[in-house]
Design a protein around this ligand. Structure first.
Ligand SMILES: Cc1cc2nc3c(=O)[nH]c(=O)nc-3n(C[C@H](O)[C@H](O)[C@H](O)COP(=O)(O)O)c2cc1C
Length: 321
């Protein structure tokens, strides 16, 4: 085995800068990195947990899992070989992963493309075009997700109405909770590196979405008389076998893999988080689709308008020695 590297400040800075490009729930960026001589530790930053939406920290840990995958991809892009140990330690539950870095083989073209995709990927909340994605492409995405230890289930046309009812029910339930609305409002921003900028929310009116995205802002409908164009994105459900912190780390890494694969193929993606936010609709979703395992995230994938670039905190805020 190749000897480990000494990770200097410049390398740590480079890797963490890429890791922080990962998606996170409401762009909370609930991560913290610690540089060691031979690698980096990834820790959860519980001060950034959404206590109303995410009381058990599932989405916080998923977000950290996505950052871990981004870090792995960046390491391979730089010709390094990352070894990851997921370390949920009862004595230190916020230490989520320990990454050891060694000099590796030069990156292949796919690995370089994946690292580059981190720079352009974003959550797409605009319109999707009419046609669904080809099955062969969905199969490629599924294989990538399985490589991370999770599963991807494509929602069939005959199941769409059931899913739509559950998503709408979840959204309606959340909307009645003032604490949810207050927390959401705190994370929709008009500047700065925290939260979701208003410009990233897309036009949420006059759309024919069968399965609606999260309503981040209530906005009046416009006066247009043109009928909306029907949108037919593919809907996919990311699943894990279990539902503990380690499974959430697996889900986050699989999510990052999925989104980077999509970005490389010109496919845009949006999580439809409401349905898995609430335990009852999360459970009902698994039953409606007849899946064994724990739903971690429903997403729509398709061709459409790319998302808006959302700012991040840089390594100076999230990396310690
Ligand atoms: C666990 C998790 C849950 C998310 N849920 C939603 C959601 O319900 N709706 C949505 O539009 N985006 C959702 N997102 C996307 C984040 O809002 C997005 O990643 C963040 O604002 C950063 O923007 P970017 O992905 O464009 O870089 C979620 C992301 C993660 C990791």
């Amino acid at each position: 085995m190749t000897a480990t590297l000494t990770v200097d400040a410049e390398l740590a800075d480079h890797l963490v800068r890429f890791a922080t490009l990962a998606p996170s729930v409401h762009n909370t960026q609930p991560w913290h990195f610690v540089r060691r001589d031979d690698g980096l530790d990834l820790r959860a930053d519980r001060t950034r947990q959404l206590t109303v939406l995410d009381p058990d920290g599932r989405q916080l840990v998923q977000s950290c899992g996505a950052a871990l995958h981004h870090l792995r991809v960046a390491a391979r892009g730089a010709g390094l070989d990352p070894t990851v140990v997921l370390v949920p330690d009862p004595a230190d539950p916020d230490l989520l992963a320990r990454v050891v870095l060694r000099q590796g083989r030069p990156p292949g073209p796919d690995e370089v493309a994946s690292a580059v995709a981190q720079l352009s990927r974003s959550t797409a909340r605009g319109r999707f075009v009419e046609e669904a994605l080809p099955e062969a492409l969905l199969d490629e995405l599924r294989i990538g997700v399985e490589g991370e230890g999770a599963r991807l289930r494509v929602v069939r046309a005959s199941e769409l109405i059931d899913v739509q009812v559950l998503v709408s029910r979840a959204e309606a339930y959340l909307e009645t909770d003032p604490a949810y609305r207050e927390e959401l409002a705190r994370w929709v921003r008009d500047g700065g590196p925290d939260g979701i900028p208003i410009e990233a929310l897309g036009e949420q009116t006059d759309r024919a979405e069968l399965v609606p995205g999260r309503v981040f802002l209530s906005r009046p409908g416009s006066a247009t008389v043109d009928p909306p164009v029907a949108e037919h994105p593919s809907l996919v459900l990311l699943l894990t076998d279990g539902d503990n912190s380690r499974d959430w780390m697996v889900a986050g890494q699989a999510l990052s893999n999925l989104l980077l694969q999509c970005a490389q193929r010109g496919v845009v993606a949006q999580p439809i988080g409401q349905v898995t936010d609430i335990p009852s609709t999360r459970q009902a979703l698994a039953a409606a689709l007849g899946v064994i395992g724990r739903p971690q995230m429903l997403l729509r994938l398709g061709r459409g308008v790319s998302g808006h670039h959302t700012l991040r905190h840089g390594p100076e805020d999230v990396l310690d020695v």
